[in-house]
Write a protein that binds this ligand. Structure first.
Ligand SMILES: Cc1cc2nc3c(=O)[nH]c(=O)nc-3n(C[C@H](O)[C@H](O)[C@H](O)COP(=O)(O)OP(=O)(O)OC[C@H]3O[C@@H](n4cnc5c(N)ncnc54)[C@H](O)[C@@H]3O)c2cc1C
Length: 474
């Protein structure tokens, strides 16, 4: 025990506490065990570097499991690399269903499948541990991380670190430049607490959806109700929501239902429907306020489901996700900033780390921070404009934070614009950028080069041998 010097302005840390014990040394630390971090760690482990994956939760998956977001938003037909392998392993384990536009999976199966894959790649996993600081030397080189768990604060040293925290925590602790939210006003996309209902009468709901196609989105990626295949992604009940809103039965900014994943045999459905606006997912107070607001919305939505949705009359609330789903917070400023414009122009970057495919609409913002998603003014969700499959290339430079050495970033917090993130934040792309970061980190470690100094042709060769598609657009 140590005595602190305490004043209302600052706490002076006693000398013996200022010495943080070094617990271990790794070639590579991956911070954050979401889909990006898992892929980065597997990729690096397979390249033979000693890799540690640190995760604050007691299980892996991040948004895919902790936020219960059970859909990979890109088609298997165009899947490659570790993304494709994870799909195959999920299907083999009975926890994955292929649809034309996406892959629906069981988050519980995902948790186990990825642990097996990490184990096979020789990665050490350290769950229940939060990264609280980055260790930088005088050359702005990240030399390791300070972690905190039940054993207190410890340091872990590394040659390279990959930030896959979603919120760019490591880059932020390193003093890297970043931006938050929309460029003009820093507003961020809404937060969502996904919830799961049970005792759904699927036959009745299916009969209704077949009889009333006008009540549901006409977009190929949002109108999927394949009960035999256990593949569900259905957006609709727009009019019913407006009716309930006019009666004061729904008080939140909610204008449609989104059924996304579930288990037909177990009569369960996940709903990605709550929306909490004007909050910052890196602010603990905001997170708690969002949680409270989302729970109020769920209470109202349960009454709505029982009253207005055929087949859900007797539904019960099974659970809510462990963590709020956070769509947008910090994005690093990297050596290059990727934008939606690069998707529209099909820019074929010479330093590309992948050719990627994603359903979407250029020029039609999604999950606007202004609210009103799914309302009459939202032509995207109301089906006025048609989504289709876009192919685009991703440059290596968006993984490299400006001015910081020995650090790479992957997943949601890449160097992209607010609109560009529509094309990088879906889970399949996060897995691809994670894998690319893992391979790049391994190459940098083996050649003793800074990640930004790697020879691009060497990196691309290593990525090709890990089955990443780098060729021309399909
Ligand atoms: C509600 C919602 C719906 C979505 N719908 C879809 C969809 O239908 N299809 C699709 O493909 N994508 C969807 N997305 C987007 C996609 O799920 C995410 O962008 C993606 O999963 C992000 O992956 P990630 O690995 O970059 O980050 P995360 O999933 O956020 O993972 C980050 C991990 O790091 C851990 N972590 C964070 N900070 C620390 C720290 N300081 N120390 C230790 N660990 C830390 C977290 O616990 C987490 O496990 C959705 C997102 C949300 C929020």
């Amino acid at each position: 025990m140590s005595l602190y010097e305490i004043s209302s302005k600052k706490i002076i840390v006693p000398q013996n506490l200022a010495k943080i014990p070094v617990r271990a040394e790794y070639d590579l630390i991956v911070a954050g065990g979401g889909v990006a971090g898992i892929s980065a760690a597997i990729a690096a482990g397979r390249e033979g570097v000693k890799t540690l994956l640190i995760e604050r939760n007691g299980f892996l998956g991040g948004t895919a499991t902790a936020a219960a977001m059970a859909i990979f938003g890109a088609p298997y037909s165009h899947a490659h690399g570790i993304y494709r392998e994870i799909c195959d392993r999920l299907i083999e384990a009975g926890g994955g269903s292929l649809a034309k536009t996406c892959v629906v999976f069981d988050p519980e199966v995902f948790k186990w499948v990825v642990l097996e894959m990490l184990n096979e790649a020789g990665v050490t996993v350290m769950p229940y541990t939060v990264v609280v600081d980055a260790i930088l030397d005088e050359n702005q080189t990240v030399r390791g991380l300070v972690i905190c768990n039940k054993q207190g604060q410890e340091a872990i040293l590394s040659k390279v670190t990959i930030d896959c925290t979603g919120d760019a925590d490591v880059a932020y602790y390193s003093g890297a430049q970043y931006q938050k939210g929309r460029e003009k006003d820093e507003k961020m996309r809404p937060l969502t607490l996904i919830f799961r209902i049970g005792n759904v009468d699927f036959e009745k709901l299916k009969a209704y959806t077949d009889k009333h196609p006008e009540k549901f989105s006409n977009q190929p990626d949002k109108n999927l109700f394949d009960l035999e295949n256990n593949a569900i992604r259905l957006f609709g009940f727009f009019e019913e929501l407006e009716k309930a809103r006019s009666k004061g039965e729904i008080t939140g900014d909610i204008h449609y239902l989104r059924f996304e994943g579930g288990n037909v045999k177990a009569k369960t459905l996940f709903l990605n429907t709550t929306r909490v606006y004007h909050k910052d997912g890196t602010n603990a107070e905001h997170l708690f306020q969002s949680d409270v607001e989302a729970r109020k919305q769920i209470d109202e939505l349960l009454a709505f489901l029982r009253k207005y949705v055929p087949g859900c009359e007797d539904c019960v609330l099974l659970d809510t996700a462990n963590n709020l789903g956070v769509r947008e917070t910090r994005r690093i400023i990297g050596e290059f900033i990727f934008d939606e414009e690069h998707v529209a122009s099909k820019t074929l970057f010479s330093d590309r780390i992948a050719i990627n495919y994603q359903y979407g609409l250029v020029g039609a913002p999604m999950h606007s921070p202004d609210g009103g998603e799914g309302s009459m003014k939202d032509s995207r969700e109301r089906g006025g404009v048609k989504a289709f499959l876009h192919g685009y290339s991703l440059p290596y430079r968006i993984l490299i934070p400006k001015g910081i050495n020995s650090l790479l970033v992957a997943g949601r917090c890449l160097s992209v614009t607010h609109l560009g993130d529509h094309w990088t934040r879906p889970m399949p792309t996060c897995m691809i950028t994670g894998q690319a970061a893992g391979v790049a980190a391994a190459l940098a470690i083996k050649t003793s080069l800074q990640p930004r100094d790697l020879k691009i042709s060497d990196l691309q060769e290593a990525l090709r041998s890990q089955k990443i598609n780098l060729g021309e657009f399909k």
